[in-house]
Design a protein around this ligand. Structure first.
Ligand code: SF4
Length: 228
């Protein structure tokens, strides 16, 4: 199935590249469908591409992306081990917030990606991405914990909001919080796997067996020793 999933994600990326369903399709340089492991159990979701992403067609390649990579390294993971995408696939001019109608036009792509990837855990990065899954939640209170009651989630997935890495670049005081929250996300993963597999039955159990949760066991020990 991962091969079939990768092929379906590639087809979806082609559909995004040719999409002109909203005005952002005319102003973008490149669309940014998202990238990562087709078998990822962790999905990180940003709001929209910025200038660096628009130039190369890849998500989180600027300064915020570098911080995301450092945070992933704290969990023993690389970018290729997870999947990273945005709610909106084309850059809004001048980095303005995407308009509600642009988010709505792009929503079918996000839904197709969620259905194909069927991740165990979804981490919206920042308040705008969080709004796509939990319109009434506030990132200041929801960050760093699993959030119940998300909308549009794939079966069994756990929503786990994090601050956007760019927020920690603007406000250095948020960086330790983001690191702590990433540790909390890893600690939540085993329980999230159980919820996911329970919701999905035999197929879910089989997929979990393919995934080796060794990296975060080692990293959990690191987080725990740092907390002592
Ligand atoms: S933002 Fe989404 S809906 Fe709008 S043109 Fe790009 S891919 Fe299409």
């Amino acid at each position: 199935m991962p091969d079939g999933r990768a092929a379906a994600l590639a087809t979806l990326a082609h559909d995004i590249e040719s999409c002109r369903a909203c005005p952002l399709g005319s102003s973008r340089t490149r669309s940014v469908p998202g990238e990562g492991s087709a078998n990822a159990e962790l999905l990180f979701v940003g709001e929209a591409p910025g200038a660096s992403e628009d130039a190369v067609g890849r998500p989180f390649v600027g300064a915020a992306g570098k911080l995301l990579d450092l945070l992933l390294a704290l969990t023993g993971r690389a970018r290729e081990d997870v999947y990273v995408l945005n709610v909106v696939k084309c850059r809004p001019p001048e980095n303005r917030d995407p308009a509600p109608e642009e988010i709505a036009a792009c929503a079918p792509f996000l839904q197709r990606q969620l259905a194909l990837l069927s991740p165990v855990m979804i981490a919206p990065l920042g308040r705008h991405a969080l709004r796509a899954f939990a319109p009434d939640a506030k990132i200041s209170t929801a960050h760093g914990n699993p959030l119940e009651g998300g909308v549009g989630l794939p079966l069994g997935a756990t929503l786990f909001p994090l601050y956007h890495p760019a927020a920690a670049l603007h406000n250095g005081a948020l960086r330790p919080t983001l690191e702590r929250d990433m540790g909390a996300l890893v600690r939540e993963l085993p329980a999230a796997r159980v919820r996911w597999a329970t919701a999905r039955g035999v197929a879910g159990e089989a997929r979990l067996k393919q995934q080796e949760p060794t990296a975060e066991r080692a990293q959990l020990r690191l987080f725990e020793s740092e907390a002592e």
